[in-house]
Design a protein around this ligand. Structure first.
Ligand SMILES: Nc1nc2c(ncn2[C@@H]2O[C@H](COP(=O)(O)OP(=O)(O)OP(=O)(O)O)[C@@H](O)[C@H]2O)c(=O)[nH]1
Ligand SMILES: [Mg+2]
Length: 323
């Protein structure tokens, strides 16, 4: 199962405490302060890596912790700083800091986000020596490292998205057009996790079917829509054996409106699927009612190779245009 949505806790390292100590040796019975400073706690960074494709590293381990700084020692010895920790995530991960609601996106492998700052090391008593107090008996405690709850959402990097109502034939098209072999079934919600396939070096995403009210949690909900946020072309599949193709179209578009994230403004082409099951009059009727959408309409069937070729050509042309 694709792990694509987790909440984890990040805990930066605490600062080491400063030391309270006084110089003592054979020559010095009552020397000055020599308590060293504590080291800083390690910071936590988030960075994308192309070698990581999902969030399964967090299925069991939901805490990422950086090292704490070591406390200062006598003889003015500084404590070592805690090591920083970099948590590697898939490209395209969306991060929400639950405490501040700040959002970040990892869209390239170079960006490094400081998500939790380590505590500062405490000063040793040597640092508190003044003209009037030559023997300070106190040192500073190390600062606490930041603790944060963060929400990680994976968004697949696909250029093309197959969308539509359940059972519209999305997975069948992914199967026919690409090397992917998704599960196909004559019942709604066969697909429960997104599938990816590759065509001419372009990644196609087939997501679970969306139904009316998905935005309110109906069916499988609409959280899968985030996987098509980064696509450049949407292939809206409408089952040609349905009663009213325009109603089917609008159900999906309404859910898009609620979802936001600019899905409504993405280039979209309608694929009228399973056309081997209808007669030409029905096809003409569908085309008429769908004219209102002002979208390009391609009648397709997985049993009609020339219709599949037409999709391939469309994809190539469309992606070239947006490059
Ligand atoms: N005759 C015919 N049947 C098709 C065609 N495309 C898909 N089907 C059938 O339609 C049913 C649903 O196909 P899927 O590809 O699983 O549909 P889906 O849109 O992925 O469905 P969900 O994953 O449930 O949202 C299956 O029984 C397919 O065999 C087609 O072009 N012609
Ligand atoms: Mg499917």
């Amino acid at each position: 199962m694709l792990i694509d949505d987790v909440i984890i806790t990040v805990k930066a390292g605490d600062g080491g405490d400063g030391a309270v100590s006084f110089k003592r040796n054979a020559q010095t019975a009552k020397g000055g302060p020599d308590g060293g400073n504590g080291g800083n706690g390690g910071d936590i960074y988030l960075q994308a890596s192309i070698n990581i494709s999902d969030l399964s590293q967090f299925s069991y381990k939901k805490l990422a912790k950086a090292e704490s700084g070591i406390s200062g020692k006598k003889k003015n010895l500084y404590g070592r700083n805690g090591k920083d920790l970099t948590v590697y995530l898939p490209l395209g991960t969306r991060i929400t800091d639950k405490s501040t609601a700040a959002e970040y996106e990892l869209n390239d492998a170079a960006t490094k986000i400081l998500i939790a700052k380590g505590g500062s090391g405490g000063k040793g008593n040597n640092e508190f020596k003044t003209a009037t107090n030559q023997t300070p008996r106190y040192a500073e405690k190390g600062g606490k490292g930041e603790i944060k709850k963060i929400h990680l959402e994976l968004r697949l990097i696909a250029q093309i998205g197959l969308i539509g109502l359940p059972n519209a034939g999305k997975s069948s098209l992914l199967d026919a057009l690409t090397n992917a072999r998704p599960k196909i079934g004559n019942y709604p919600f066969t697909t429960t996790q997104p599938n990816l396939g590759v065509l001419y070096n372009l990644v196609l995403a087939d997501i679970p079917g969306i139904i009316e009210g998905a935005s309110k949690g109906k069916g499988l909900g609409f959280q899968f829509l985030r996987h098509i946020e980064k696509t450049r072309l949407l292939l809206h599949c409408i089952d040609a054996t349905c009663e009213n193709a325009f109603v089917a179209y609008q159900i999906i578009r309404k859910e898009f409106e609620v979802y936001g994230h600019d899905l409504e403004t993405k280039p979209e082409v309608i694929l009228l699927t399973k056309t081997d099951l209808i007669d030409t009059d029905t096809l003409t009727d569908h085309k008429k009612t769908l004219a209102k959408t002002k979208r390009k309409i391609i009648p397709v069937s997985i049993y009609n190779p020339s219709s599949l070729k037409e999709i391939e050509t469309l994809i190539q042309e469309n992606i070239k245009k947006t490059e």
